[in-house]
Design a protein around this ligand. Sequence first.
Ligand code: ADP
Ligand code: NI
Length: 215
Amino acid sequence: MLNKSLTEKAEIFAKDFFSSDTTGHDWFHTDRVRNQAVAIAEEEGASIEKCEIAALLHDIADAKFHESEKAGKEYLKNWLAHQKMSSEEINDILLIISTVSFKGGNNTSPATLEAEIVHDADRLDAIGAIGIARCFMFAGNKNHDMHRPGRASRENMSIEEYRDDNSSAVDHFYEKLLKLKGLMLTASGKKRAELRHNRLVNFLDDFYSEWEGHS
Ligand code: ADP
Ligand code: NI
């Protein structure tokens, strides 16, 4: 059975794994997604344990931290195989994680309420004040501009098409961040996203205003 010690072990595993990350997927991202997932699970009446463990492990198998997508999955599966869990419990956790990421999920819809919750919790961390901070950190890390005025609006681009190695931080709002509200799957996720989306919109208003020299 899934128990407290497994949650603790997953936390230790994730903390250790992300201790040296600078790509915006540091331990604190995982910790925020965990807290968000637990809060949404409470509101939605879902399994808190499953959401918490899957949230803690959700980015560990991501291909960008391994030689390949396959290697990432094997790494996570290997860890799970060494825990005291039934194969059914392992599959439940893997099912949640495999549907969370854009790439990892291959656009498959989350199959369980818990998968929907961890999906929403992860997306929520890309919007609102934290999402803005992560966006500008990412851009700085890649040497991207913070804003390139006059670029053609890319609001109509689909989320899969958004990746552009030269996007400015502000471009990224139109490519991805402003679209995340519409991709929430749970009622609680939608409500939380609404608030955070408004913070993005207000930030852009202020940003453009100051950019133009207004107070
Ligand atoms: P994921 O979508 O799996 O969380 P990403 O690596 O795409 O992973 O994003 C990590 C963080 O960096 C997110 O907050 C995201 O919005 C931000 N980010 C990703 N691509 C860009 C970009 N081109 N410009 C600015 N921020 C970005
Ligand atoms: Ni994540």
